[in-house]
Design a protein around this ligand. Structure first.
Ligand SMILES: *Cc1c(COP(=O)(O)O)cnc(C)c1O
Length: 425
């Protein structure tokens, strides 16, 4: 499609957008009486307007029923988390039995390492990408030290080629081959938080497994943003947070995927708690652990129902819209943003460059070659909410659920004004 950098054209794209009405389903922060142009759905998704109703239901049931709410609430709390599973499984391309919701992301990665990082003899190394999200680096380093290894030796980081901004799939494959008989685990971010790149999860998973390693994915920036087929790709395990593209609210619960072939396998170690035992006998309070036959076996505690409520509100929207429709809008919206950026760069002669490769979700990372921070500040002061990453990158993630084509056009106008005002030189 031939794009135009005009308000009329952006409005026409919005009229043609089947999801345009979903903007009304979310609360927007206000700037001078208008909705901000929100580009940080990759950091904290907007609040679904329905979230308050879901939370209030729990508060009311707690007020009126107290402990009886576990079994007698409108949506009984002891099985509340089960309501999130089918819609969430559809978002990540999993069987419902392969998915559970619990804890937070870094905690879950640690718990999954108990099950899936099992160094043996020479096979003790972990392969990840260079400059993984800091929490993942800390997690991996501390796990290795806990097992008595030196991260400098045991952690293999796949680098970008000199002067390039994205990884090559081939470089993952050759690193896997080079270390084939030493690799215990491959653990990577499915979508890189910095450059927005989507890794070829299917190919890398197969290569890692062919080398005899287990393969897990951190999907923090992938869930709700890109097409995932975790079951069909044969991924061993994965985890993601829900407050980014999944719009569940700050610090909210994480999702976990464990492939069907690892369920009910007594050889796989696991840290356990009472919420992983079978419902039928859980309240008999027996000493022996009788695991649920699904990924719920990895649950430890009874879930934070008040936190799950807004997550469920959000998942109902995902269920209504469907990933395919979201992905179709995402492609067009991000392409339009890319076009607008190109137009502004051309007109203003400003030196910035999109470092996100063609394999991408909705995020575009823009590297500013001059002084970036004043331009970022200018955007923030003018009703645009992007995000800043050192040393000189602005990340723009137009979430297809609630961002409009008009937003992209108006952003272009603000950006051009900012550059004209002498920022971003
Ligand atoms: C956002 C993000 C996290 C955050 O971890 P929490 O435990 O939820 O605080 C971890 N890893 C990646 C790759 C992320 O993008």
């Amino acid at each position: 499609m031939e794009f135009k950098n005009t308000e009329a054209f952006a409005d026409a794209l919005d009229r043609d957008d089947r999801l345009a009405a979903y903007r009304q389903a979310f609360h927007f922060p206000q700037h001078e009486g208008k909705d901000v142009i929100y580009f940080t759905g990759n950091s904290l998704g907007l609040q679904p307007k329905s979230a308050a109703r879901f939370v209030n239901e729990i508060l009311d049931d707690w007020k009126e029923l107290a402990v009886e709410g576990h079994f007698k609430a409108r949506n009984p709390w002891w099985t509340y988390h089960e309501r999130l599973i089918p819609p969430l499984a559809r978002v990540v391309g999993a069987l419902p039995e392969e998915v559970t919701v619990m804890n937070t992301l870094t905690v879950n990665l640690h718990l999954l390492m108990v099950s899936f990082y099992r160094p043996q003899g020479r096979r003790f190394k972990i392969l990840c990408e260079e400059k993984a999200f800091p929490s993942d680096q800390y997690m991996l380093q501390s796990q290795l030290r806990y097992h008595g290894f030196d991260p400098a030796e045991a952690l293999i980081e796949v680098r970008k080629r000199p002067g390039e901004h994205a990884w090559h799939t081939d470089d993952f494959l050759s690193a896997i081959t080079a270390h084939a008989d030493e690799l215990a685990l491959v653990l990577l971010g499915g979508v890189n938080y910095y450059n927005g790149q989507v890794l070829d999860m299917e190919t890398i998973t197969r290569a890692g497994q062919d080398a005899g390693a287990l393969v897990g994915w951190d999907l923090a920036h992938a869930a709700g943003n890109v097409r995932l087929a975790l079951h069909d790709w044969g991924v061993d395990f994965a985890a993601w947070c829900s407050y980014k593209y999944m719009n569940s609210g700050p610090g909210n619960a994480s999702g976990v995927f464990v492939h069907q072939r690892h369920l009910n396998d007594p050889r796989i170690p696991r840290f356990e708690g009472w919420w992983g035992t079978r419902k039928e006998t859980r309240f008999l309070m027996r000493p022996e652990f009788d695991p649920v036959s699904t990924a719920d076996a990895w649950q430890l505690s009874n879930p934070p129902v008040l936190a799950l409520a807004p997550y469920l509100a959000s998942l109902e929207l995902f269920e209504e819209v469907g990933m395919e429709a979201l992905l179709a809008k995402r492609n067009r919206l991000t392409a339009y943003l890319e076009f607008i950026l190109g137009e502004v760069a051309r007109e203003a002669g400003s030196r910035f460059e999109i470092i996100t490769p063609a394999d991408r979700g909705c995020q575009l990372s823009v590297l500013l070659h001059g002084e970036g921070r004043p331009l970022f500040d200018y955007l923030m002061e003018h009703g645009v909410v992007p995000d800043w990453r050192e040393p000189n990158v602005i990340r723009l993630a137009p979430a297809p659920f609630y961002c409009s084509f008009r937003d992209m056009f108006q952003f272009g106008q603000v950006l051009r004004e900012g550059i004209r005002a002498g920022k971003g030189r």
